[in-house]
Design a protein around this ligand. Sequence first.
Ligand SMILES: [Ca+2]
Length: 481
Amino acid sequence: MMTKMKRRSFLTLGAGIAAGLLRNSAQAAPKRKGNTPNIVLIFCDDMGFGDIGVNGAEGYSTPNIDRMAAEGMQFRNFYAGRSVCSPSRASLMTGCYPLRVGVKNNFGPKSRNGLHPGEMTIADVVKQKDYATAMYGKWHLGHLPDFLPIKQGFDEYYGLPYSNDMWPYHPDPRYNFPDLPLMEGEKILEYNSDQTKLTGEYTRRTIKFIKEHRDEPFFIYLAHAMPHVPLFTSKRFKGKTKRGTYGDVLEEIDWSVGQILKTLKKLDLDEDTLVIFTSDNGPWLLYGNHGGSAGPFREGKGTMFEGGMRVPCVMWWPGKIPGGEVCNELSSTIDILPTIAGLTGAPLPERKIDGLDIWPLMSGKPGAKTPHEVFYYYFGVHLQAVRSGKWKLHFPHDYNIVATPGVDGKHGKGAKVMIGLSLFDLSKDEGETTNLADKYPEVVSRLEKLAEEMRKELGDSAQNRPGPGIRELAWEEGARP
Ligand SMILES: [Ca+2]
């Protein structure tokens, strides 16, 4: 066990008295020196860019998230690694494009594989620096014992191993999902839990962990089940907003953020803690009033348009991240791992990663630019688009649109449509409406060259190209196909 000491008392005592205390106590070596922060990473599920107050949410309010933005920095060009759950989470945890670590699709109850335990997660990274680590919520990187969070650097785990709609009550009975486990560590606590309690219980455990580990560095990954369908809130939030259940759910998530920030302030940990609030992908528009809003962006979850890939993101660390600023430089969940490695002084994974340190953006360094010359939009093994600077080039691909939106938890009907080679100027046209490919052929060819560089590593199904740089998933013994 780590040596514990009351850090706060040192902050409030005079240096001389503190030094005296140090001499008088054999075990009193301050665990933490300098700027090594605690980290609380709040990851919502299917929350769209437009679902928070500062991005124009309507019919409900998110005062705590909005205050977090006022006291911290909002990232307006912040990307998920992919616009569906498992690949997006693989990106966040490993700092890689999901294809690089072999996560091409969502895992489910029947999956016999998971993210390879040889991949280094953010938890593994900070473990090198003796952080206490916990995860509460949806993992979705393999539910079998070998692939759970406690095998990927987390001391504690409590939550659902995959999506909250992968259960027998799915509105489409053709899915025929088995009972949904609620897990603690490797143990299944119960099946088909009362989901009205999830947001509250995840929050309660997060606060308990903060209190218990206030005197040593900690990393908490809080991955809410909400606002992924089926939507549930505790009684206190039910029926409270004009937006209906979706708004109620968002207000409970906002309450949760408020509780966490309040706890950090009360324990005098606010200036020692980086809090990141973001989402795994854009809104699930197929669910109509039970889905969120992509704000000004085109389409939503499951597509490679900005509405699927660009997620709300607020970062907060009083005294270190300037307050009330908006960062318009490109950054992504793949950057969180290397940035945390930089902040904690932990070595980076030995395996190749794609993310880059964005601390110069987060700390508001004057003139700081995105470290990414290019960002790749891989849909599974298909490279569907690339972005460089203000330009985004879609290669021809199909995608799903909403033909008839669902209502009150029932999913609607989708339809498949095509987009041809299309160039968009995201600085003037963030809704991706006006194709400029014919007007700027030199930009198209520059972006095509950048695409080609990654195809050599990760391949592209549109050109029948294999990806020599794609790493393997891990399989349950005997299950590898
Ligand atoms: Ca999701």
